[in-house]
Design a protein around this ligand. Structure first.
Ligand code: ZN
Length: 97
């Protein structure tokens, strides 16, 4: 179940966490001659392009956890596929089966 009002962070997220830095352009803002504004974001590639999703600071721990779950799931899939290849090799080695 998901909807526009569902603010929970998804279980799996792909990409990497970055910090966007920008100056807002207001001449009286502290960023005019000080440090730029910093916004956490998720950077990910999609159809050959890099995209970003800006994040709220309070969502960072959950996004980080979702990234780790993705890495774990991806590694599990990779291991399973490699085991499948080894199984194929074994079949070729034993054509009677
Ligand atoms: Zn500013």
């Amino acid at each position: 179940m998901s909807s526009l009002t569902d603010r929970r962070v998804p279980g799996l997220v792909r990409g990497s966490l970055i910090t966007l830095r920008r100056r807002c352009g207001k001449p009286t803002c502290r960023c005019a001659d000080g440090a730029p504004h910093e916004t956490p974001a998720l950077s990910y590639s999609f159809q050959g392009r890099t995209r970003t999703v800006t994040l709220r600071a309070e969502d960072l721990p959950a996004v980080h956890a979702a990234l780790e779950r993705y890495a774990t799931a991806r590694q599990r899939l990779e291991d399973e596929a490699l085991a499948g290849i080894e199984a194929l090799r074994a079949r070729v080695g034993h054509p009677e089966r």
